[in-house]
Design a binder for this molecule. Structure first.
Ligand code: UFG
Length: 281
């Protein structure tokens, strides 16, 4: 269903006894958000407003929200902490920050009632290890991992690497890739934590704390799958930064969460999904 549909939400909350909500729904293409900000504000903010109204009405006071590392100032040159500078640079990031602000305002209006967690994702990739659940992008993807999968399955000829002149060890951009299963486990742990503790609002980084360059990601993918990924260098992409890596110590400490899967697992499981489902769902 569409989360902006108040009647649908009312019906769901009437029919089921809902104790908590994990709010994943949202549009997430950075480029599209810059070209169509109204759509992003309408979908991302509109749906959350609808949800929060219904949660309040039905006294459902526990929320885990899918936020994003994109809200941070990406020019920060060290591991990003939860209290690092916030400075989104595109409409997508602005909507994620606005939702966090909305959630905080709601918390402050009734501090003894709400239990809320903003989970700030770094770069989730991979698929469920069964190969049965994975990402099926609509239209042309612009994130690196689905593009690697398209090159591997010969749907496109080569990968464009945006810049080999970044101030990193091999000149390509560094990101904190996290296996989607570790990310999913972070949500369950966050929910458990909220259920067991006093009302509060917390912000948590979900990343591995490890940086991987574009070249390292490609090389690992090639090694794990035995498939060559042809690539060419092109100029830096506007708005990109050299390195974005999480300080994940707070999530580890508070949730007792520990991401277990490495880049090879992410590549292996992502490729399993792609080869079992060459045309998506
Ligand atoms: N890259 C390429 N070629 C491509 C696509 C990406 O070289 O065709 C590079 C980028 O320059 C960057 C890295 O691969 O160095 C990762 O790029 P992605 O587009 O996959 O991811 P981003 O880090 O740019 O952004 C992602 C999500 C955002 C999220 C952000 C959090 O797309 O939604 O991580 O930091 F907010």
């Amino acid at each position: 269903g569409d989360m902006r549909d108040k009647n649908l939400l009312r019906q769901l909350f009437s029919e089921f006894e809902i104790d908590a909500v994990i709010h994943f729904a949202g549009l997430k293409s950075v480029g599209e958000s810059v070209n169509n900000p109204i759509k992003y504000w309408e979908f991302n903010l509109g749906s959350t407003l609808c949800l929060m109204k219904i949660m309040q009405k039905f006294c459902c006071n526990c929320l885990v929200f899918s936020s994003s590392a994109t809200i941070y100032d990406s020019s920060i040159n060290k591991r990003i902490e939860e209290n690092s500078k916030i400075k989104p640079i595109n409409s997508y990031g602005n909507t994620k920050l606005a939702i966090e602000t909305l959630i905080k305002d709601i918390f402050l209006s009734s501090k003894s009632l709400w239990k809320m967690a903003n989970l700030r994702y770094f770069n989730p990739i991979g698929a469920h290890e069964s190969g049965l659940i994975g990402e099926d992008p609509k239209g042309e993807p612009n994130n690196i991992f689905p593009l690697i999968l398209r090159v591997a399955s010969k749907k496109i000829n080569k990968l464009e690497i945006f810049g080999n002149d970044w101030p990193t060890h091999d000149g390509t951009g560094i990101r904190d890739y996290i296996h989607v299963e570790d990310l999913a486990e972070g949500h369950i742990k966050a929910l458990d934590f909220l259920f067991k503790n006093q009302s509060q609002i917390i912000n948590l980084n979900l990343g591995t704390g490890l940086g991987t360059s574009v070249l390292e990601l490609i090389r690992t993918f090639e090694k794990v799958t035995n498939i060559e990924i042809p690539f060419a260098y092109s100029p830096r992409r506007i708005g990109d930064s050299p390195s974005v890596v999480a300080d994940n110590s707070l999530a580890k400490e508070i949730l007792g969460w520990n991401p277990k899967k490495n880049i090879a697992d992410m590549c292996n499981d992502g490729w399993k999904w792609q080869s079992y489902n060459p045309n998506g769902y």
